[in-house]
Write a new protein. Structure first.
Length: 155
């Protein structure tokens, strides 16, 4: 466990996430009524109110093509298909994110500690990151399909 924590700390800079406590200013800053008007109700609930879609129901869970996954609120590219893997948890999972695209913060809801992940550009709630991933990063970014969009690469 100590080795994993040391690796995590050493890799934090390279994994594209930043931890924060307190207020953050986002490049995309809209009033709540604008978010409500622009997002479908289910997507608004996830991105702006930190709701979670039921496991195994997301439209992007089994997407296996070559492409990118971007924030459903602002369009910032967050993950690539090369970072996606099947964790069996019921939500799309990734072992890394694109550098600088994710902000992490402590989440103590549900009477347990987790690490919430947010889009660094608009602050949209994406899901959570766990340190139990099976790949060399040791990470599992567990993301709501409603929080992201997928664009297949064209050759």
């Amino acid at each position: 466990m100590l080795a994993r924590a040391a690796r995590r700390d050493a890799d934090r800079q390279g994994r594209g996430s930043d931890r924060y406590i307190g207020a953050v200013t986002y490049d995309v800053d809209k009033p709540d009524d604008q978010w409500r008007a622009e997002l479908a109700p289910e997507r608004y609930a996830v991105l702006r109110q930190a709701a979670t879609e039921p496991p195994f129901t997301g439209s992007l869970l089994h997407v296996d093509g070559e492409g990118v996954f971007s924030c459903g609120g602002c369009g910032q590219v967050l993950f690539t298909s090369a970072q996606k893997f099947d964790s069996g948890c019921g939500w799309p999972s990734f072992d890394a994110c694109e550098p600088g695209t994710i902000i992490e913060r402590a989440d103590h809801a549900l009477l347990r500690s987790r690490t919430e992940i947010l889009c660094s550009k608009c602050g949209g709630h994406l899901g959570h990151v766990f340190e139990d991933g099976p790949t060399p990063t040791g990470l599992r970014y567990c993301v709501n399909s409603l929080a992201i969009d997928y664009a297949e690469e064209t050759s």
